[in-house]
Design a protein. Structure first.
Length: 240
């Protein structure tokens, strides 16, 4: 301290010289500034890293909260959908039951209608056969299977059988689609005083009964048929 004070006192006593000012020594900072800058950068990096970590944590927390909310909301929607699906399943089951009941009622109704319509079928059937059978044709047997009728009989000629088939196909509101299944010629022995016997034709055919809907349109009023006619073979014309 004394040396520096002496120097300052000596400098103060010396006269001021501009040339000496120009030759004044240059001051050099010999402190470790590079280490100071490095330390400052490290501190800045630590602070920045801490801020980034804090921001990442906050973001992750906020994202987790948002995802949890979405999961909770989706779980609520799924539960609602399950409840509504269960209700719809119950309604579908009820509808299926109602459809089955409706189908059963329709089947019963159709069965009743068929029974009511079938009650008059024999009457119309005999009436149609009497009306459509040509002269010279004799019906021996009539058999019904569901809506199919089997007819067997005798005819004087083939033309009689063909005429019957044509009438059944074109002129009957109750019968349709006649089909000849068999026809054969039968020779009859001659009577007393006759040299040669006669020839007749035995035939069998099938014909279908029209559905009730078709029969309900423009059907003529049936004629009364007695119980004897229904039990005995129907005879039409003569087989002379």
């Amino acid at each position: 301290m004394s040396t520096s004070g002496n120097r300052q006192a000596a400098a103060a006593t010396k006269p001021y010289d501009p040339a000496l000012r120009e030759l004044a020594p240059i001051r050099i900072n010999l402190l470790p500034h590079r280490e100071l800058k490095r330390e400052r950068k490290k501190k800045d990096f630590v602070v920045l890293a801490s801020l980034v970590a804090i921001a990442g944590a906050v973001t992750a927390y906020a994202g987790g909260v948002a995802i949890n909310q979405q999961i909770s909301s989706q779980s609520d929607r799924n539960a609602f959908i399950k409840v509504q699906t269960a209700k719809l399943d119950n309604q579908i089951a009820d509808i299926a039951g109602l459809r089955e009941e409706i189908a059963a009622l329709k089947a019963r109704q159709e069965a009743v209608e068929n029974l009511q319509s079938d009650r008059t079928v024999p009457v119309h059937l005999f009436d149609e056969l009497v009306r459509l059978a040509p002269e010279g044709l004799y019906l021996r047997q009539l058999k019904q299977e569901d809506r199919k009728i089997l007819l067997t009989g005798l005819a004087q000629t083939n033309e009689r059988v063909a005429d019957l088939l044509k009438r059944l196909a074109e002129s009957s509101p109750w019968l349709y689609k006649p089909e000849l299944t068999e026809i054969k010629e039968i020779a009859l022995s001659g009577g007393p005083g006759q040299k040669e016997g006669r020839t007749i034709f035995e035939f069998s055919l099938n014909v279908l009964i029209k559905p009730p809907v078709a029969n309900a349109i423009d059907v003529p009023a049936p004629r009364a048929v007695s119980q004897t006619q229904a039990a005995e073979p129907t005879k039409v014309g003569s087989a002379q």
